[in-house]
Write a protein that binds this ligand. Structure first.
Ligand code: ADP
Ligand code: MG
Length: 245
């Protein structure tokens, strides 16, 4: 029996005013699959990621997450957001809250978890991203790499089925990139369904089941990394790879 995909994106279009940001984009992601999205700046990668948890609304086509259709229905959108963890380039931690408070805020207020339980869960994930000793510090006291690991722990505290990463290492100094990628590799090895927008092609080679290449709002091609990096089909993909590899 083939399992139905956990994320279904079919013939999606998105406009910002009269700018056509996504053009007939279709992508199916199976549970446990790891997708890397690559492509030049402005190609629509963030827009696509943001449409999956409705931070942006698509204009045409359909998106379904774990069987829930993304429509105007706010209750359904909330359901989807609880299943989807999101990590951004700029961490987006609350600066006036401790690391622990950042991690327990949504579990307490959205999931209605008792504080003690939420804190125990948060400590477990802070251990998993290897910074339990920072729990009582404020984000401003941490390095960029540490802050991004808090952001990942915070997302995991909501017990998501899917994790979306939008250039999670692009704001980091080189020596911190590896510590964040290591955490992401660990998640991938644990079977988390992941979509990662990243320029880290070593990461793509190591963990991606498929690399999706976007350009000018379109998915130009997608292939397993072995094929994507050695025999890209499109001239646009070849030109992109020649630039970044
Ligand atoms: P990427 O993440 O691949 O760099 P984005 O999805 O952020 O690309 O953006 C795709 C295109 O859409 C870009 O040309 C960008 O300027 C435009 N765009 C993104 N967000 C908005 C917005 N809120 N309003 C208008 N244009 C936008
Ligand atoms: Mg982007």
């Amino acid at each position: 029996m083939t399992k139905s995909p956990i994320i279904e994106i079919a013939h999606v279009d998105k406009w910002y005013g009269d700018f056509h940001a996504l053009k007939d984009v279709s992508l199916s992601v199976a549970e446990g699959e790891r997708i890397v999205i690559a492509g030049p700046s402005g190609s629509g990668k963030s827009t696509l990621i943001r449409c999956i948890n409705r931070l942006e609304a698509h204009d045409k086509g359909r998106i379904a997450v774990d069987g829930i259709e993304l429509t105007e229905d706010l209750k359904r959108i909330d359901e989807v957001r609880r299943e989807v963890g999101m990590v951004f380039q700029q961490f987006n931690l609350f600066p006036h809250m401790t690391v622990l408070e950042n991690c327990t805020l949504a579990p307490i207020w959205v999931r209605k978890q008792p504080q003690e339980e939420a804190e125990a869960t948060a400590m477990r994930f802070l251990e998993r991203v290897r910074i339990p000793e920072q729990a009582l510090k404020y984000p401003g006291q941490l390095s960029g790499g540490q802050q991004q690991r808090v952001a990942i722990a915070r997302a995991l505290c909501m017990n998501p089925k899917i994790m979306l990463f939008d250039e999670p290492t692009s704001a980091l100094d080189p020596e911190m990139i590896k510590e964040v990628l290591d955490v992401m590799v660990g998640l991938a090895n644990d079977g988390m369904t992941m979509i990662c927008v990243t320029h880290e092609m070593g990461f793509a080679r190591e963990v991606a089941d498929r690399v999706v290449f976007m350009d000018q709002g379109e998915i130009v091609e997608e292939a397993p990394p072995a094929e994507f990096f050695t025999s890209p089909k499109s001239e646009r993909t070849k030109a992109f790879l020649a630039q970044i590899l």
